[in-house]
Write a protein that binds this ligand. Structure first.
Ligand code: UGA
Length: 442
């Protein structure tokens, strides 16, 4: 962008923005800011992904993202470049959206944050504001300020709360916007840029903002372990967890969200962020027992599901063949990172079972490259389930409801289903001759 364009953009309240990192946070952020009319440059180091972006194609599957990227490329409001240094040239705001993977001790690994900030430091426009959207330990705003080492540059925390599979919808309609900075005027400038009509804005200091992100994910994880534990209790006492959710969820203080029991929670965020929060607390001599219990309870949940599959398969997994439906950590995403479905299939294989699996996002010819070589992956669900001694439904893909279970009944060796997502209707399956086991319900 030329400096004339940049001045024009500033005049119209449209900004020149850089986004570093084209992943699950960076891409939706760039797409939405360009959709709002800003001039956005996104940095992507991987050559193949960069080329896709330049064609307006998203390297990740998110509903509505391709359309927004295409719009941005077509109108010239979005462009993709290979280096962070190039992206930040002329940018008034720089969004850091790089990975913060889990380090060996459970804490967040900041090497990508430090790498990116070191790379951009000398190329930043005078007075630029760095907005950190990556999930980072407390004190990272100050760390980035130190790495940049320039008094004209401000650093702000603006945690992201979008869910995978709903990134665009969540970003267009957030429950709240959180901005944290030592300088309130700078925080307000960022809030004005990122806020959305109708969404409450919380402006706070940087440390509180960074902690809000971990507290949110830890609360959600704890809520899930709670309802999963209730499902186990329902099973033990013969109660029905679906009715229990209705009975407690109508209480507005509890609400219905995040009360769907399942095989355990996973994904790239909840497991990593709960461990990171424990590490943060430990560093100040504090143990958050409730979050520790939520993590332990999540392991218990996965083992409990494995037990259910073993019992449904006749008491042993050794030498049995299990048909697995779903491998992603939840439906509507191609992401299998820390997927409960993968953890459970690993445990089935460790107990001597063979696993034949189907997932709408995994193709057979790519299974080995995707580190799924311990499973037999099929492109067709009926082929995957043929000859199996039991079926385990582990991800709640809605299309599993539409499978022809009469046909499946004909091709399995033993008609048994463990529905770890309570997705299917038990009655019709039992009428077809299946033994049906749900989670916390008959
Ligand atoms: C999560 C948070 O929900 C987002 O707010 C946050 O921005 C994001 O992490 C992040 O930190 O980047 P996400 O990882 O996309 O989002 O996944 P969720 O939709 O939260 O699901 C997490 C796990 O909980 C999945 O395994 C899912 O199947 C499970 N889950 C969720 C249930 O078992 N039951 C529910 O009712 C909801």
């Amino acid at each position: 962008m030329s400096s004339t364009d940049f001045m024009q953009a500033g005049k119209d309240n449209l900004r020149h923005i850089a986004v570093i990192g084209a992943g699950y946070v960076g891409l939706p952020t760039a797409a939405i800011l360009s959709h709002r009319g800003h001039f956005v440059t996104i940095a992507e180091r991987d050559g193949a992904r960069l080329e896709m972006l330049r064609q307006g194609a998203s390297p990740i599957a998110e509903s509505g993202l391709d359309e927004m990227l295409q719009e941005g490329i077509r109108t010239g409001h979005l462009r993709a470049v290979a280096t962070a240094a190039e992206a930040v040239s002329g940018a008034e705001f720089v969004f850091l959206c790089v990975e913060t993977p889990q380090a060996a001790d459970g804490s967040a690994d900041l090497s990508f944050i430090i790498g990116a900030t070191t790379e951009i430091a000398e190329y930043l426009t005078d007075g630029a504001i760095i907005v950190n959207k990556s999930t980072v330990p407390l004190g990272t705003v100050e760390l980035v300020e130190r790495v940049i080492g320039r008094s004209d540059i401000s650093v702000v925390s603006n945690p992201e709360f979008l869910r995978e599979g709903r990134a665009i919808a969540d970003s267009l309609n957030p429950d709240r916007v959180v901005v944290g900075a030592q300088n309130r005027d700078i925080a307000t400038r960022v809030a004005n840029l990122v806020s959305v009509t109708g969404a409450p804005v919380v402006i706070t200091d940087a440390t509180t903002s960074e902690l809000i992100k971990y507290a949110s994910n830890a609360f959600l994880a704890t809520k899930l372990t709670f309802i999963n534990t209730m499902a186990r209790l329902c099973d033990a006492v013969g109660a029905n967890v679906s009715d229990l959710v209705l009975g407690i969820g109508h209480d507005k203080r509890i609400g219905f969200d995040f009360l769907q029991p399942g095989p355990g929670w996973g994904g790239s965020c909840l497991p990593k962020d709960t461990s990171a929060l424990l590490a943060i607390a430990e560093s100040v001599g504090f143990d958050i027992e409730i979050v520790r219990a939520a993590i332990v309870g999540n392991e218990d949940q996965m083992n409990w599901v494995v037990d259910k599959i073993r019992i449904a398969t006749g008491g042993t997994l050794d030498g049995r063949c299990i048909g697995v439906l779903g491998l992603t950590f939840k439906a509507n995403t191609g992401d299998r990172r820390d997927s409960p479905a993968i953890s459970i299939t690993n445990r089935l294989v460790a107990q001597g079972a063979t696993v034949r699996a189907f997932d709408p996002t995994v193709r057979r010819d790519s299974a080995d490259a995707l580190d799924l070589s311990h499973l037999e992956v099929y492109d067709d669900p009926y082929e995957a389930l043929a000859g199996t001694h039991g079926i385990a439904l582990l991800t709640e893909w809605p299309e599993f409801r539409d499978l022809d279970f009469e046909r499946i009944r004909q091709c399995v060796t033993t008609p048994s289903i463990v529905d770890a997502r309570n997705l299917l209707a038990a009655g019709p399956l039992r009428e077809l001759g299946f033994s049906y086991t749900g989670i916390g319900r008959k």
